[in-house]
Ligand binder design. Structure first.
Ligand code: HEM
Length: 548
């Protein structure tokens, strides 16, 4: 006999499901009425015969078996009929998915006030970055943006001395070469993560001993600790980095390593939180919480130091200040200083290192692009001459190469906005998909620049080919290329990232005359890893040959 309580519970669940179904049906009717009133038409519905997105979920769950790619196969197939589509989400609400430049321009710029990043982003990222530029909307976001804007002005962009040292550290970490001039090769992504963390941490916090080592030793551990496992090579790398460490520096190195590891753990934890959607709070383990504590322990004295510097007239007037000290002249709220600067780290580390990973993969598999870029670099950046921001900006082929990398591999491939009032989007409705569509308050619109950057109707029949030359063949409409998005929330670190990446590539191309994948066939598959960002899924396994 089934206990009465269980029956009551079952009854409640059934009522809840019926309530949701009726609610969502009523919403659909409302939506239709609003659409008609605004002259809007319906977008193509791709929900399919199984409601609530089960079809998509089923395909995603079977990825390992089918070998499908989430973006190229599953999401792309939703766009078979139109570039803006709608579907019913798991919770019964209508959602939209778009890869239409006009709709992106509306959400990000012309109708900016109608769309927000939404509370979910704040909830997911809260443990690490609390209330900060990346995780808020409205007045607090405006305040944050105004506070950061001067820090990202051209004269404050990247401390190129730091970028230079981090580049040298990375080149050292590639290790010695064999008799034919080749490095032993291996997975570059950990080195690239450390490169971007080094440059960002030094710029933001002025915290690590740039003179002594940055993370050279940590990087060397990553590269040689497992794969090559040669004590001799490691010692050679260490001595060439001048890394005979004093006890103080060794303590700092340990601290830097603990911070790096904690940061990596937290990034992984955030991916879990994103994937768990509304149940994000169930995703945190003890490791995640400990890592947050480590990060806070690391930043606490730096925050204090920044406040002291900003309030001491002698220190405040020193020419070279960390970003944190500059911020501390505007607010002395410790929590805000911590959260805002960590937000910059989150926004800046994996995005830029992933771009570099893709860039090196492309150089490794396209010999012609490598040769052209290297000869351009040798001509415009003769070894020994200073590499400056304006020279990097002025090197057209280098810029076109980076733009093409971010076209085919935008490191933030899918994103979303939420309507904060009943509104419209300009295209996607009706049989020709050119009529406006009505969007109800609270609706989530997913958008994918990854798909938009690969549309043959926008980019031509060779849209999927990697061809930096396309950027010198005529003007490309601004809203069809958005790796950094656009409008008032455009990426603040765009120039920082392009300068940092350009600098490292120039240094690598000066130093090495060839780059080769460890397994060409595998690398040509260009597999992706997908989390907050999109990175080379199988790592960037390459080796370099030293210039003779
Ligand atoms: C290739 C490298 C990078 C790419 C592709 C990239 C991309 C993006 C994108 C797509 C957004 C918009 C997110 C949204 O509003 O939903 C964004 C925002 C942002 N990015 Fe970047 N980013 C990169 C590097 C950096 C770096 C190096 C920094 C800082 C050092 C940075 C700082 C920021 C900040 C602060 C925001 C938030 C802006 C706001 O909401 O007002 N980014 N980035």
């Amino acid at each position: 006999m089934v206990p009465f309580l269980v029956l009551q519970l079952a009854f409640l669940v059934v009522c809840l499901i019926i309530y949701r179904l009726i609610n969502s049906a009523l919403e659909r009717i409302d939506h239709k009425t609003a659409a008609e009133e605004n002259g809007c038409l319906e977008a193509v519905d791709v929900t399919g015969s199984f409601p609530w997105g089960f079809r998509r979920l089923w395909r995603i769950l079977r990825i390992k078996k089918t070998g499908d790619d989430i973006l190229d196969d599953i999401i792309f197939s939703d766009f078979e009929k139109a570039w803006t589509v709608t579907f019913m989400a798991f919770d019964g609400n209508a959602m939209y998915l778009t890869a239409d430049p006009a709709n992106l321009q509306a959400m990000l710029a012309t109708q900016f006030q109608d769309f927000e990043t939404g509370k979910r982003r704040y909830d997911v990222f809260k443990p690490l970055i609390g209330r900060s530029i990346f995780s808020t909307d409205g007045a607090f976001w405006e305040h944050s943006r105004a506070m950061f804007r001067p820090q990202f002005a051209r004269e404050n962009i990247n401390d190129l001395e730091v970028t230079d040292k981090a580049s040298s550290a990375l080149i050292t970490a590639l290790g010695p070469t064999n008799d034919s001039g080749w490095t032993s090769g291996g997975e570059l992504m950990p080195l690239l993560y450390n490169f971007t963390l080094d440059t960002a941490v030094c710029t933001i916090y002025n915290a690590w001993p740039t003179e002594e080592l940055l993370l050279t030793k940590v990087q060397t551990d990553f590269l040689f600790g497992h794969s090559v496992d040669s004590q001799e090579l490691m010692m050679a790398a260490e001595s060439s980095a001048g890394a005979q460490l004093s006890p103080e520096v060794e303590a700092q190195r340990k601290e830097a390593q603990a911070f790096t590891e904690a940061f990596t753990t937290v990034q992984a934890g955030l991916i879990t939180r994103i994937r768990m959607q509304s149940l994000y709070w169930l995703g945190d383990g003890i490791k995640f919480r400990r890592a947050i504590t480590t990060i806070r322990r690391f930043t606490a004295p730096i925050v204090q130091q920044a406040i002291d510097n900003a309030t001491s007239s002698a220190k405040r007037d020193e020419k070279k200040q960390s970003l944190m000290t500059n911020l501390a002249t505007q607010t002395q709220d410790r929590t805000e200083l911590r959260d805002q600067t960590l937000a910059i780290l989150v926004a800046g580390r994996d995005t830029t290192s992933s771009m570099l990973g893709w860039a090196l993969e492309r150089l490794a598999i396209h010999d012609d692009v490598f040769s052209k870029l290297r000869s351009t670099v040798l001509q415009e950046f003769p070894p020994g001459e200073e590499i400056t921001f304006s020279k990097l900006k002025g090197c057209r082929y280098l810029q076109h190469f980076l733009m093409e990398v971010l076209r085919l591999h935008p490191t933030v491939p899918v994103n979303q906005r939420m309507a904060v009032k009943d509104t419209t989007l300009p295209v996607g409705g009706g049989p020709d998909h050119q009529s406006p569509i009505a969007i109800r308050k609270g609706t989530i619109i997913l958008f994918t620049v990854y798909i938009m950057h690969r549309r043959k109707d926008l980019w031509g029949p060779d849209a999927l080919e990697f061809r930096p030359e396309r950027w010198s063949e005529g003007k490309i409409p601004a809203w069809q290329y958005l790796p950094f998005l656009g409008g008032p929330r455009i990426c603040l670190g765009q120039q920082f990232a392009l300068t940092e990446a350009g600098y490292l590539l120039v240094r690598l191309l000066q130093e090495f005359e060839a780059i080769e994948p460890m397994d060409r066939a595998e690398m040509q598959k260009l597999k992706k890893g997908l989390g907050v960002t999109m990175w080379p899924g199988d790592g960037t396994n390459v080796r370099f040959r030293k210039a003779s």
